[in-house]
Write a protein that binds this ligand. Structure first.
Ligand code: IPE
Ligand code: IPE
Ligand code: MG
Length: 241
């Protein structure tokens, strides 16, 4: 899908790399999981800030394909947190008219978690307010590799002619196939890298790297970043008209 916005110049799709939970906990002498719980509690306020900010799509990075490298305690704690989070927030999302989707590879996830993810998607299917996409066991390279595999399968099955493969074709196989490209990508915690997030989709996104640790990120800061985006001039490789 295209990247141009029709939102009075504001970003229609904002993606967030929610980073800094561990350091936030460490600064308080608490275990990393304490930071993840505090981080999860920030999400609702940001989701609620979307309609008033003109943001139709919010995509958040919750767990990367590389995050399995963490200790078993942290990974298990995070998976438990995701299960509880979805269970607890599901009805709230319906009430707030939020459509929930998940991107990432589900294969490695716990069966109970997958069931909850499916339920959340099903329950909010009719919601036409904010589109919240949660990236869970998501990696941009992994996503492109999985997409390529399915594309190759379609070629092998005679459903797709290699001559017709162009840059409009591959995105149809990505997890994000129904989403527009992100206009603005925010990363908290002072790291200026994208860590394998939405690689294909962010080709022309604007980036904001901010020092705030995710559990301290507020709707006021979100609104301010969204507002300052309006002043940017995106050229998509062209020249100013
Ligand atoms: C982001 O916070 C959450 C996840 C990656 C799951 P971190 O856990 O990466 O926090 P820092 O970067 O160690 O502070
Ligand atoms: C990126 O944060 C992934 C998520 C926010 C889920 P990381 O903390 O895992 O990234 P690196 O290790 O700093 O690149
Ligand atoms: Mg981190």
């Amino acid at each position: 899908m295209g990247s141009e916005t029709d939102n009075n110049g504001g970003p229609r799709h904002v993606a967030i790399i929610m980073d800094g939970n561990g350091r936030w906990a460490q600064a308080r002498g608490r275990p990393r999981l304490f930071g993840h719980h505090a981080g999860a509690r920030r999400v609702r306020e940001i989701v609620e800030a979307c309609p008033v900010s003109g943001v139709d799509y919010l995509t958040i990075f919750a767990f990367s394909t590389e995050n399995w490298k963490r200790t078993q305690t942290e990974v298990a704690g995070l998976m438990g947190l995701f299960r509880r989070y979805i269970t607890k927030e599901m009805q709230e999302f319906v009430r707030e008219n939020v459509r929930v989707r998940f991107i990432g590879d589900r294969v490695r996830l716990d069966r109970k978690l997958i069931v909850l993810m499916d339920e959340a998607e099903e329950l909010t299917k009719h919601c036409d307010g904010t589109n919240l996409t949660i990236a869970l066991n998501y990696g941009g390279r992994d996503e492109v590799a999985r997409a390529t595999k399915r594309l190759a399968e379609d070629v092998a099955a005679g459903k797709l002619d290699p001559k017709d493969v162009d840059e409009e074709t591959l995105p149809k196989y990505l997890d994000t196939c129904v989403l527009p490209d992100p206009d603005l990508v925010i990363r908290t915690s002072g790291e200026a890298r994208i860590s394998n997030f939405l690689l294909w989709q962010s080709a022309y996104a604007e980036y904001e790297f901010i020092d705030t640790l995710w559990p301290d990120f507020t709707s006021a800061e979100f609104k301010q970043l969204v507002a300052s985006y309006g002043g940017r001039e995106r050229r998509f490789g062209g020249v100013k008209s």
